[in-house]
Design a protein around this ligand. Structure first.
Ligand SMILES: C[S@@+](CC[C@H](N)C(=O)[O-])C[C@H]1O[C@@H](n2cnc3c(N)ncnc32)[C@H](O)[C@@H]1O
Length: 256
């Protein structure tokens, strides 16, 4: 039921998704840190789980031996296929499957799994999803992903929307709240705990959106200041004391 709500939302959203999300500034920050933490191996096998229209994996196509892009939304997958066809990529395969049950993927297959832009928040069971990611990664493979910081998202989505204070407290304590579908947002400690419990060794957790809220960058960044803001954000992303001011956490963890 919940998964179907997400699926339905993204099937509809996919019609405008490329226009709205193809060149977001925040994704450029994320992309910078993906390239920085990719394993040095020459030809990577990459799984872009909940990959949407391939925003992160397609730019890696030249570095990859093979890319698998999965999503639960057929609308997003069709857009992704269209883009891949237009770009002439031959080494990309697509599957409609949930990150909580990656039934088409073998054990110990991938060098890299991407979980970009809140897949763990939206997938309805992040514990199951992390177990699946652990299963499909090779030994020493890395998972790179972002999740919403609960301290910022629940205040924005509930308290600032002037909803009931009790409702806010519940969401602030548990991380769970309904938006367009049920969402679970993370605290830093919880993210650490969940990654560790799933068997991962945490390499780093960064705060890539700690200058502004994620959704504010598009209004502030322009052609003139883009380079400076990017450089500044890259610098502050790595400052541990600013981590909880980031609307998103960027995690890098290894199967060791
Ligand atoms: C915010 S978009 C991010 C897409 C892509 N990772 C990116 O960063 O551009 C979230 C995507 O997750 C997909 N999704 C949500 N729940 C999922 C699940 N349980 N399994 C796989 N994909 C899921 C949605 O259909 C949507 O395409």
């Amino acid at each position: 039921m919940l998964k179907e709500e997400v699926e339905e939302f993204y099937d509809i959203f996919s019609k405008n998704y490329p226009k709205l999300h193809s060149s977001r500034f925040v994704d450029k920050i994320f992309e910078y840190f993906i390239s920085r933490y990719l394993p040095p191996k020459e030809k990577l096998i990459i799984l872009d789980a909940g990959g949407g229209i391939g925003r992160f994996s397609f730019p890696l196509a030249k570095r990859a031996y093979k890319i698998i892009l999965t999503d639960i939304s057929i609308g997003m997958l069709n857009k992704a296929k269209e883009i891949a066809d237009n770009l002439g990529f031959k080494n990309i395969k697509f599957f409609k499957e949930s990150v909580t049950n990656m039934k088409n993927q073998k054990n110990d297959e991938f060098d890299v799994v991407l979980l970009m832009n809140s897949i763990l928040d939206y997938c309805s069971d992040h514990k199951k999803a992390l177990r699946e990611v652990f299963r499909v990664l090779r030994k020493y493979g890395v998972v790179l992903g972002t999740v919403n910081n609960r301290l910022i998202y629940t205040t924005t989505n509930i308290l600032l929307e002037k909803k009931d204070v009790k409702e806010f407290e519940k969401a602030f304590e548990t991380g769970n709240y309904p938006k367009r579908f049920l969402i679970h947002d993370f605290t830093l400690e919880e993210l650490r705990k969940e990654l560790t419990e799933a068997g991962f060794k945490i390499i780093n957790i960064l705060g890539p959106t700690n200058l502004l809220r994620k959704w504010e960058y598009e209004d502030i960044v322009n052609k003139e200041n883009e380079k400076d803001i990017l450089n500044s954000q890259i610098k502050f992303t790595q400052k541990k004391e600013y981590l909880n001011n980031s609307s998103d956490f960027f995690f890098i963890a290894k199967k060791s």
